[in-house]
Write a protein that binds this ligand. Sequence first.
Ligand code: NAI
Ligand code: MG
Length: 352
Amino acid sequence: MTDHRIALIPGDGIGTEVLPPARQVLDAVGRRHGFGFSYTSYDDWSCERYLREGAMMPEDGLDQLRDKDAILLGAVGYPGVPDHVSLWGLLIPIRRGFRQYVNLRPIRVFEGIDSPVRGATAGAVDFVVVRENVEGEYSEIGGRLNRGFPEEMAVQEAVFTRAGVTRLLDYAFDLAERRGGRLTSATKSNGIVHTMPFWDELVAERGAAHPRVVWEQEHVDALAAKFVLDPARFDVVVASNLFGDILSDLAAAVAGSVGVAPAANLNPERTHPSMFEPVHGSAPDIAGRGIANPLGAISSAAMMLDHLGHPEAARDVTDAIAAILAGTDLRTPDLGGTASTAEFTDKLLELL
Ligand code: NAI
Ligand code: MG
């Protein structure tokens, strides 16, 4: 029996409430398919630790994770700790240190979930946002000058490298070849006159190398409108770090709730562990009440199964999710129901 070594980082708030259900699902589906997991849980890596010790994780944190096959993360963020501290103290070092340059965010409208968007019907909306995950607009380059004076200023540089953009685009075009053969690139080369024309040039270059994919580009503002007006037209959407972040949250809302959306931070070369996490954050407004929707975390675990070479097991999980949504009225409050996280998870395990 293969044992996959999994690092669990629950983090803060509802992160600690959605990871145990994901683990139960993994164990159940593993038993059925004849593989297992050995978990190492890093319960302490959180904002509480930051408040106590001044760091979200220990100094050798990445080294502790390095030999794992994958990382499953809940969410980080806690009122009183600035969001850039929790993000740059844990998530971003893992994404960058482990070369997880692809952030994959699939969007699917399930039967049984009412999308706030009229045209977003089950089956019709099924696309994936491929977000650049280690460079772009989220850079450390820049600074602040003249703090406290009237001429105070801040400068933030975006970094786009040929190597970094090309490898992301190749991943996205390859994915489009395996899916519906269509790709949309998010740009803003009318307003951002250096990095975005460079991005567009590289898209055209990689598009020429993938002749079976029909591709187009859209300015990100117009694209945002089309996500709402006509979400069924998309297959693979490729975007820079910032644009992909915004577009994928919007897309998750189109799918019905940010609580159901999964994400993968992939190191495609597999020289480092990849990380799987729900799109949502720590939701301090509902944390501690046992009502968080575990589907985002569970779908992320399904993406992890896929990555670990168990596509049939991953399909079992997504089939069970589709079945509970289409065949029962059981819903957590974010989807208009009254079920607790535990009640919902128990039913899902039964269907599995
Ligand atoms: P959020 O995703 O935590 O919450 C937004 C809204 O969606 C809230 O009303 C929340 O109750 C609801 N929600 C989110 N996930 C849910 C779930 N699974 N079930 C039911 N309802 C759910 O985003 P917000 O409020 O912007 O951020 C809260 C904290 O989380 C901040 O500290 C932020 O920095 C952090 N955050 C962390 C992320 C991560 O760890 N990857 C991602 C996004 C935010
Ligand atoms: Mg986001």
